[in-house]
Structures are given as C-alpha cells and as structure tokens.
Write a protein that binds this ligand. Sequence first.
Ligand code: C2E
Ligand code: CA
Ligand code: CA
Ligand code: CA
Length: 278
Amino acid sequence: LAIEKGNLYGIYDDQFNSNDQRKIQLASDLQTAIDEDSLQLYHQPQTSIATGDIIGSEVLLRWIHPSYGFIPPDEFVRIAEDTGIINKLSEWVFNQSCVHLVELLRLGVNNHLISVNMSVHDVMHNGFITYLIRTINKYNLRAEMFVLELTETVSVTDTKKFTRNMLELKDIGFSLAIDDFGTGYSSLTYVSKHPFDKLKIDREFIQFLDQSEKDFTIVSATINMANSLGLDVVAEGVEDQKTLNLLKSLDCEMAQGYHISRPLPFDSYIEWLDEESK
Ligand code: C2E
Ligand code: CA
Ligand code: CA
Ligand code: CA
C-alpha cells in the first residue's frame, strides 16, 4: 500500500519520514475525495462597505478526512500543489462553483459574483483555460460572473507563459484578484506585471488595524495605491464593527470576514442570503 501511495510522487524511498508519509497518505486520500465528490465548497460573503450590499462570495474548500477529521485547506492545497493533484482539485472547485451559481440564479439571486481561489500551477497548466471555458459554456454562465483569486505561493518559472495566460483569462472576461496582498510573494512586482482588477489585503494586516499604527499605515497606503491604480480593494478577516468603520474611513471598497459571516455550507449560505434580503 505504501508503495502504491509513493507512486503519486513517481518515486518511492523508504527514507521518507513520518511527515512525508502523512503527505503521501493525504495526497492519495485527497485524490479519492475528488473522485468520490466528498469535498465541500463553503461560501463566505463579500459586501460593499459603503452600501452593505452583497457583492458575491468567496468559495472555500472543506475536507473532512475519514480518519484525521478536519484538515485545514491551507495544508491540503499545499499538498495538492506539491503532488500535481492541484489541477484536478481546482477543476472540481470550479465545476462545483458553477453548479452553485446556477442554483443561485435559479433562486433569483442575480449579480452575485463567485470568487474562486486558483493556484499559479493552474494558470500555467495548458488545459486549464480550456476547461474553464468549456465549463462555463456547459452551464450557460459567463466569465464575467467569476473572480479568480491568485496567490503567488510558488514562484513562476516561465513568466512569459504566465503573463500570456493571465491576459487570456482577462480577455475571456474573468476578473482577476491578487490574494493575500502584502504577504509572501504577493508583492508590488506581481501587481505591476499582471492585469489585476482587485486586490485583497491579507487578514494579517486587518486583524490589528485598530491597535497597530503600523498596520493602519500599511493598509491606508495600500488602499490609496490600489485606488490610484484603478483596483478594487477587498479587506479580508474583518471581525468587528470598529474595523469595518476604520476601513470605511479609508475608502476601502469591500469587506469579508466573520463580522459579516463565517464561511457557510451552501445551504446555510442560501438561508443567510434570504435573511439578509429581508
Ligand atoms: P484565503 O484565500 O486567504 O481565504 C481566506 C481565509 O480566511 C479562509 O480560511 C477564511 O475562512 C478565513 N477567514 C475569513 N474571514 C475571517 C475572519 O474574520 N477571521 C479569521 N480568523 N479568518 C477568516 P480557510 O477557509 O481556512 O482557507 C485558507 C486558505 O486555503 C485560503 O486562504 C486559500 O489560500 C486556501 N484555499 C481554500 N479553498 C481553496 C480552494 O478552493 N482552492 C485553492 N487553491 N485554495 C483554497
Ligand atoms: Ca482567497
Ligand atoms: Ca488571506
Ligand atoms: Ca491564501
């Protein structure tokens, strides 16, 4: 069994430590979860700070592992990236997002954007753009209904190809958001080189906005810069009214966070939307 799992990497080496073993096990189980449709897609609303209107939702993966229980998406997405499962996983996420959007439209929820997290690996993958087009056509949806959120967690090896594909995604009509701005590789270079429409300020800077003068300065400068570049700004991780007020005073366009709602299973999200519309 271990050898079979090791094959996911295309190698097997009995010097793997227990951490590697867990990874291999998880990669194999994740593959199964995709095939068996046992993953879930939660929704967390994004609202306009000025009007309180719901702009749309970000879809977030949830996986309850049969023996380990809840596994943080950060962890298994990284494993998927390391083992090449990511493309299949992202295709599953996009297809499921379409299924949910079709249901929202059926219920009369219009002008609702769906934000989907994408990996740099997806943008680099040859068949991925074709898959996206095929899938929106299949469900009679339009690319303009989606925002693709991108974090640069791995460095891009072929920048020309990456740039070309980003432009193609934009041409097709997808909105592009730079995720986790200010952390890791999600830098100014990234913003300047690619055709982003939106910038998401990472929770790390929002969390202590009301206590840290430094964070306040960074967030304020980021919003000004983004506004000057014509980018819409989403602040993530908004946990209280005070933070929301501060963001409003800084002309931040949109907010997302526990203060508005936690990520919800799709059924609960529909109920939440229904309550909000009353
Ligand atoms: P992210 O894209 O930065 O997503 C925002 C994370 O912040 C989510 O964590 C969300 O649940 C959490 N969050 C939102 N509001 C608040 C708040 O007010 N307070 C706090 N403490 N947390 C808040 P989650 O769902 O655990 O996802 C973690 C990361 O996993 C995501 O970070 C994203 O990078 C990745 N991820 C999740 N779903 C997907 C997916 O479908 N595809 C890919 N490629 N990555 C995904
Ligand atoms: Ca995101
Ligand atoms: Ca983040
Ligand atoms: Ca992230």
